[in-house]
Design a protein around this ligand. Structure first.
Ligand SMILES: C[S@@+](CC[C@H](N)C(=O)[O-])C[C@H]1O[C@@H](n2cnc3c(N)ncnc32)[C@H](O)[C@@H]1O
Length: 289
C-alpha cells in the first residue's frame, strides 16, 4: 500500500495511461475523469442532504471507499474541515494522481490518499466516524468481502453510507427509445461479464446485517426527468463515453454506437421526453455489534 501524500504526479490533463494503471469496466481515462465530475455535480444536492442527515460535520473522520478522482472526497474534506480527516482509498493510479493534484491545489491536507485494491488489500485502520461508498460495489468481484473488511475497521457506533445501484434497468424512456434500452442492457451485461453486479444494492442489507451493521435507512433514489432538468445531464454524460467504451470492449459495433447517440440526441431535442433514471439505493447502516 502506497501513501500518496506527495503531489508530483500529473493531473487530469494526462492522456497516457501509466503502465501500472488498474482499470475498471468503465475505464480510467480523461473522459471518465470528466464524466465522474459531471455525475458528482448532478448528484451533489442529493448526497449533501444525505451526509447532513447522517451527521457528517466538522472534525469527523470519513473513509471513502473507491473514491475515484476524489470529487466526493473533496466535498467531504471541506465539510469536516482541517480538524477532520478523509481517508480516500482507490485502485486506479490515474484517479489517484488527479485526486492528489486536486487536494494539493485546494490545500486540503486533511485528505489521506491510499492506492489500494479493495479486494486484495486491507483497509487502513483508523477511528472512523463514517464511511462513504458510491457506485463501487457494482464493480468489485466480491461485495461481501468488502463489507467484511469494512466491518473490521468501523468502530461500534460508526455509520456506513452507500449509494449503489439497486435496479440498473429502470433506465427507460418515454417515448420509448429501443436502442437506448438495448444500450442499458448491454451495459448491464458487460458489468456482469466482468464479475460485477448492476443490481448489487439488493444484496447489501443482508450482507450488512450479517457483518454487525443495523440498517437505519434504505431509500430508492429514482427520477423521471425531462431534458431541461439538471438530472438529465447524469445519463447524458454517460452517453458521451459509455457507447464508445462498449465498442472498445467488443460488446457493440460502431453502427450501434452511432444509433445510440442519435437516439439520445433526438430524445434531448424533444422537450416532452421523459427519462427514468437507473435506480440507486441509498443505505445508511450503523455498526452495532
Ligand atoms: C463509478 S467509479 C465511482 C467513483 C466514486 N466513488 C464516485 O462516486 O465518483 C468506481 C470506482 O471504483 C474503483 N474500483 C473498482 N474496483 C476497485 C477495487 N477492486 N479496488 C479499489 N477501487 C476499485 C474504480 O477505480 C473507480 O474509481
Amino acid at each position: 500500500m502506497k501513501n500518496q501524500a506527495d503531489a508530483d504526479s500529473p493531473g487530469a490533463g494526462e492522456s497516457m495511461q501509466s503502465k501500472t494503471e488498474r482499470d475498471y469496466i468503465l475505464g480510467t481515462n480523461d473522459e471518465e475523469v470528466i464524466r465522474l465530475g459531471s455525475q458528482h455535480r448532478v448528484w451533489r444536492p442529493v448526497v449533501s442532504k444525505l451526509w447532513w442527515k447522517a451527521g457528517i460535520t466538522v472534525r469527523k473522520r470519513v473513509l471513502d471507499l473507491g473514491a475515484g478522482p476524489g470529487y466526493a472526497a473533496i466535498d467531504l474534506a471541506e465539510i469536516v474541515g482541517s480538524a477532520g480527516e478523509i481517508v480516500a482509498v482507490e485502485r486506479s493510479s490515474k484517479f489517484i494522481s488527479v485526486m492528489k493534484e486536486a487536494c494539493r491545489s485546494r490545500r486540503l491536507t486533511q485528505v489521506q490518499i491510499r492506492e489500494l485494491d479493495l479486494m486484495t488489500d486491507d483497509l487502513p485502520k483508523a477511528a472512523y466516524d463514517f464511511s462513504w461508498c458510491r457506485w463501487v460495489l457494482s464493480f468489485v468481484s466480491d461485495p461481501a468481502l468488502l463489507i467484511k473488511k469494512l466491518a473490521a475497521v468501523m468502530p461500534i457506533g460508526s455509520i456506513a453510507i452507500f449509494h449503489e445501484y439497486g435496479h440498473y434497468l429502470t433506465w427507460r424512456f418515454s417515448p420509448r427509445r429501443p436502442k437506448l434500452e438495448r444500450f442499458a442492457e448491454k451495459v448491464s451485461e458487460s458489468w456482469r461479464a466482468s464479475g460485477g453486479d448492476p443490481d448489487v444494492a439488493l444484496n447489501l442489507p443482508p450482507i450488512l446485517s450479517s457483518n454487525g451493521f443495523t440498517i437505519r435507512l434504505a431509500v430508492p433514489r429514482i427520477y423521471c426527468v425531462r431534458p431541461s432538468d439538471y438530472m438529465w445531464q447524469w445519463p447524458a454524460a454517460f452517453i458521451e463515453s459509455g457507447p464508445a467504451r462498449l465498442q472498445e470492449l467488443g460488446y457493440v459495433d460502431k453502427a450501434f454506437v452511432n444509433q445510440v447517440k442519435a437516439e439520445f440526441a433526438e430524445a434531448a431535442k424533444d422537450p416532452d421526453s421523459r427519462m427514468i433514471t437507473p435506480l440507486v439505493l441509498e443505505i445508511v447502516a450503523e455498526r452495532t455489534g
